[in-house]
Design a protein around this ligand. Structure first.
Ligand code: NAD
Length: 260
């Protein structure tokens, strides 16, 4: 049990990558807060984790809403007594050529990915800074924190921004024993990616098979999707790591799509 006695708040944890991290953390002994804009799904996820023997709660949280983030974070601390790990993971994807990208969609993307990361971090830090007890903050970046791709201007800009935020937190948090990282997955077949396959096929005028083979996996070393478990295991390794030898890092998990 690598996270025995720890409390983790994971945003966007009612689905995909966030959910897999929550399940893994719970198996390793952490109490997990499933924070999601979809409260019913968050509660259902928490129930399943509890049924499997873990400790979990569902929390309503739209990460773009300052009050909701502050109240949700406080509710977790009230219920579990502390906060040791924040996984800022909630995210969406909107694709369009840059020339047509609507300003409203651009702002929505920055709000969820960048404002959400800032707001959840700011709400979590006082609990980690208290008595210098420390903690770990992990941002869900992407290969798109390092690389560009057609049709993804808002996403790529937002994911690059997380690297900057994480580096500042690694420096400011050090004296309080807070560490900070960005995990950068390649393509993982979650609902976020399933939705994109037909959208990219239509926009690029190619088949769905070609989107998968060439656009999504073309630059990997083996043509294989990254899995939610690959990311959950990385998040476990980073949260359980015992010292600040590892802080301020970006860890790319992508079958070699992007090599640092
Ligand atoms: P997903 O669609 O399976 O899950 C996203 C979750 O976020 C959902 O439960 C959704 O309800 C929640 N959410 C959406 N908007 C929210 C908001 N405003 N407030 C709170 N919760 C909100 O997606 P996923 O693939 O698991 O993606 C999770 C993260 O991983 C995202 O940040 C995404 O950019 C990143 N990522 C995904 C991939 C991939 O290939 N799937 C690759 C790299 C990075």
């Amino acid at each position: 049990m690598k996270l025995q006695g720890k409390v983790a708040l994971i945003t966007g944890a009612a689905s995909g990558i966030g959910r897999a991290i929550a399940e893994t953390y719970a198996r390793e002994g952490a109490a997990v807060a499933i924070a999601d804009i979809n409260l019913a799904a968050a509660q259902a996820t928490a129930k399943e984790i509890e049924a499997a023997g873990g400790k979990a709660m569902g929390v309503a949280m739209d990460v773009t809403n300052e009050q909701a983030v502050n109240a949700g974070t406080q509710a977790v601390v009230d219920a579990f007594g502390q906060l040791d790990i924040l996984i800022s993971n909630a995210g969406i994807q909107i694709i369009s050529p840059l020339v047509d990208f609507s300003f409203a969609d651009w702002k929505k993307m920055q709000a969820i990915h960048v404002d959400g990361a800032f707001l959840t971090t700011r709400a979590a830090l006082p609990h980690m800074y208290k008595d210098k007890r420390g903690g770990t903050v992990i941002y869900m970046g992407s290969v798109h924190s390092h690389e560009g791709s057609k049709l993804k201007s808002a996403y790529v800009a937002a994911k690059h921004a997380l690297l900057g935020l994480s580096k500042v937190l690694a420096k400011e948090g050090a004296e309080f024993n807070v560490r900070s990282h960005v995990i950068c997955p390649g393509f993982v077949r979650t609902p976020l990616v399933e939705k994109q396959i037909p959208e990219q096929a239509a926009t690029l005028g190619i088949s769905e098979e070609e989107v998968i083979k060439h656009v999504m996996l073309g630059d990997t070393v083996d043509g294989i999707f990254t899995t939610v478990d690959d990311i959950a295991q990385t998040a476990l390794f980073l949260a359980a790591f015992p010292s600040a030898a590892l802080t301020g890092q970006s860890v790319v998990v992508s079958h070699g799509w992007y090599m640092q």
